[in-house]
Design a protein around this ligand. Sequence first.
Ligand code: ATP
Ligand code: MG
Length: 262
Amino acid sequence: MIEIKNASFKYPNGFTALENINLTIKEGEKVAIVGQNGAGKTTCVKMMNGLNRPFEGDVIIDGINTKEVTVATVARIVGYVFQNPDEQIFNSTARKEIEFMPRYYKLSEKEVKERVDYAVEICDIAKYMDTNPYEIPYPIRKFVAIAAVIASRPKYIVLDEPTAGQDLHGTEVLGNMVDRLTKDGITVITITHDMEFAVRNFDRVIAMAHKNIICDGTAQDVFWNEKVVTDAKIKKPAIGELAKRLEMDGKILFCDELVKRL
Ligand SMILES: Nc1ncnc2c1ncn2[C@@H]1O[C@H](COP(=O)(O)OP(=O)(O)OP(=O)(O)O)[C@@H](O)[C@H]1O
Ligand SMILES: [Mg+2]
């Protein structure tokens, strides 16, 4: 379980980015975090793997307080995929990047291969394995960064805007990835500006604004709450907007529901 308790975060320049956050994520949940640029989403998820430590309050991962252990200890449990893959990738081929953590953990060749094959299949990047990551197109390079974290086999994986810049295929790969990882016992938390992706793939949606969480519930709870949509400056998914304009009740967000009602 990830527990954030009364946590506030201040950057070294004195700017307070989060004020008194409370959040619990249980194993097996699929959680999407939404909200306008600068809302504090990245700052918040970086607290989950110890990269950011709260200056007030606590972050507790499976009973371990992130203040009392190293980032490396927390990162074994919570894997964070950077918003910008270039802040993460440092090896000369995709293969080396993805093998890095399994080798660092001194796993056997068989285990390294199993983990790499698993990550590469999920991320659909087999044909790029011997390429320099910086020669791989940016949206696919993001999958190399994701695969590297999957291969480290964390219990929780945090994806920071994986949908940014992805085409339809990339978004589908991500949707399937969420289901597969969840099925295999890995809890998935994602930040996204793609509201359709959040609605389609996540059971729980958290909206952030004003340095805090302003709504935490189902996609219906978030996207059919006009105050939340306005305050978090998020876009209601097109199907929801259409249902609203047609004055339908029932908090519709899915195409099938809308077609049935029509
Ligand atoms: N290193 C830093 N030093 C000072 N302020 C920072 C730093 N990093 C982020 N901030 C500020 O903290 C606030 C929250 O930033 P954060 O990156 O968490 O937002 P976000 O919700 O992830 O936004 P985006 O959707 O653009 O990624 C913003 O006002 C940002 O300018
Ligand atoms: Mg961010």
